[in-house]
Design a protein around this ligand. Structure first.
Ligand code: GLN
Length: 533
């Protein structure tokens, strides 16, 4: 069995250059050439995972099938590669220190002073190699979060340096992503920040093998040659990444410049088979040549930061392309919705999705949205809290249970139609303690959900503490809100539908986490179809 090859992606100059997209794109190209690839993200913050972070801080929290709360870049990895990731694919400084400190308490380092080097760096290297263990992958791509030069990233960069030395140049390479800004006053693209960033990396002992330059315009050969010369990399290893209209175009652009070929050549792997990108390109062509347009509202309370709803937005890109439909997303702040402006806010939409969330802020706007959609036969897709809001609305306005609520918001409500799950009642810790990851759900055949999935047994990912209170089940059923999806082991309600409505579905799980380019999620596909009408 050949040795596993390691590719590291670091970033310089500024954050948010899209290391995740470059990593996912390269992985896609290598996968399309027949290599088995996985991607890992190392995050330099001290939180054990991003589960306890406010979405305003870090965007969406992405949940894997095995129930890990992870960085949103893992969502890109899955959407590009169509292969599930797991807990091992996202490691934070918090998690590294937690293991080292646990070992220290157990006495594993007895007699030794525990230090960043070698103990923390050894743990980082162990985690990197762990994803590559078991001969599952030919190539492991590891994205280092943050920017070179950050104090927090230092142990990671040092671990990469050590691994490069241990594994040798043919088994390990570093791609450094930087920014080449354009100065309109002089009409020039400037390479100095890139030169400085590479110097910074050199100071830590790492010579990057490949440079990817983010830029808003094409860079001429002279600029690339200059970067190659000053940064000590081959000319063919200087790749430009010009802004594109969709992230899904990046693999094609990287391939055009031979990024995958250069990586394989440097790793001494065969470049004989060209990547099979026909399916990918067909998706791009559908995405760019839509036959219909629909406008869908996403109602949520984090709409100022669209990254908070990343997976939902991407699910619409996948399902839109498959339906040959351009989806215009209108983000609507749930705090801005009230009785008086409800119809103004929602009347121009072909469908509405009420987003997941936590806590009381903006909740009444979400409940009103469910009411409007129910009464006006407007396609409604409620995800997690979005389902719970539809249940609360139905209880209040159809079942006549005045003041019905979720006990998350009103713990004294007379009608707790959404209530804390039994197993959650004794839990005190906030981190990693929700009902997380894949759980089974059985779908009844008489439902729109079944029409979408075309099967009765599914597994979907979860991230919640509250549930539909089945004390009220019969009342809901007899009035037309039907639980069409049930967990076979716990009996929890997973999907509700409104009888007689064009398309009104609420799901307790998160379908958005499992939509990919190749496999758009069936519920999103069906919802978009309903919005097209
Ligand atoms: N806050 C709700 C719960 O914990 C919904 C969670 C969500 O939307 N992800 O059950």
């Amino acid at each position: 069995m050949a040795e596993v090859k390691y590719v590291f992606v670091t970033g310089g100059v500024t954050s948010s250059l899209g290391k995740g997209i470059i990593s996912a794109s390269l992985a896609k190209l290598l996968q399309a050439r027949g290599y088995s690839v996985t991607i890992q993200k190392l995050d330099p913050y001290i939180n054990v995972d991003p589960g306890t972070l406010n979405p305003y801080e870090h965007g969406e929290c992405y949940v894997t099938l095995d129930g890990a709360e992870t960085d949103l870049d893992l969502g890109h990895y899955e959407r590009f590669l169509n292969v599930p990731t797991s807990q091992a694919n996202n490691v934070t400084t918090g998690r590294i220190y937690q293991s080292v400190i646990n070992k220290e308490r157990k006495g594993d380092y007895l007699g030794k002073t525990v230090q960043v080097i070698p103990h923390i760096t050894d743990e980082i290297k162990r985690r990197i190699k762990l994803v590559g263990s078991g001969n599952k992958f030919d190539i492991v791509l590891t994205e280092i979060g943050g920017t070179v030069g950050d104090i927090e990233s230092l142990p990671y960069i040092e671990s990469v340096r050590q691994l490069k030395w241990e594994l040798g140049a043919q088994n390990c390479l570093v791609i450094h992503l930087t920014l080449v800004p354009y100065l309109s006053s002089t009409g020039e693209s400037k390479t100095k920040p890139t030169q400085h960033s590479v110097k910074e990396l050199l100071e830590t002992g790492i010579q990057p093998d490949i440079l990817v330059l983010r830029t808003d315009r094409h860079l001429n050969a002279d600029i690339k040659r200059k970067v190659a010369l000053f940064c000590n990399v081959e000319e063919t290893a200087v790749i430009e990444s010009v802004d594109v209209s969709t992230i899904y175009e990046v693999p094609v652009k990287m391939h055009e410049q031979g990024l995958d070929r250069t990586v394989l050549r440097k790793l001494n792997l065969s470049t004989e088979t060209e990547p099979k990108l026909a399916e990918w390109k067909e998706f791009l062509s559908k995405l760019k040549n839509p036959k219909h347009t629909v406008k869908i509202g996403i109602v949520g309370k984090y709409v100022e930061l669209p990254d908070a709803y990343k997976s939902i937005a991407e699910s619409f890109v996948h399902s839109g392309a498959m339906n040959e439909c351009e989806i215009e997303i209108e983000y609507i702040h749930s705090e801005d919705i009230n009785e008086n402006n409800l119809s103004d806010q929602l009347s121009g939409l072909n469908g509405v999705l009420v987003a997941p969330g936590f806590g009381a802020r903006g909740i009444e706007g979400k409940v009103l949205t469910a009411k409007y959609a129910r009464e006006n036969n407007l396609p409604y897709f409620g995800i997690c809290l979005g389902m719970q809001c539809a249940v609360v609305e139905f209880a209040r306005n159809v079942l006549g249970l005045e003041g019905a609520h979720s006990t998350e918001i009103d713990h004294k409500t007379r009608y707790p139609v959404i209530d804390l799950m039994e197993e959650q009642k004794s839990i005190i810790d906030k981190g990693g303690t929700m009902r997380l990851g894949g759980y089974k759900c059985n779908i009844s055949k008489e439902s729109k959900a079944f029409e979408a999935y075309c099967k009765t047994e599914i597994v979907e990912r979860h991230r919640h503490r509250y549930e539909f209170n089945d004390k009220y089940l019969e009342d809901f059923k007899s009035h037309g809100m039907i639980p069409v999806g049930i967990n076979p082991d716990s009996n929890l309600v997973e999907i509700i539908e409104l009888k007689g409505h064009r398309w009104f579905i609420g799901v307790q799980f998160h379908p958005e986490y499992s939509s990919t380019v190749v496999n758009p999620h069936p519920l999103f596909l069906s919802f978009v179809k309903a919005c097209i009408g």
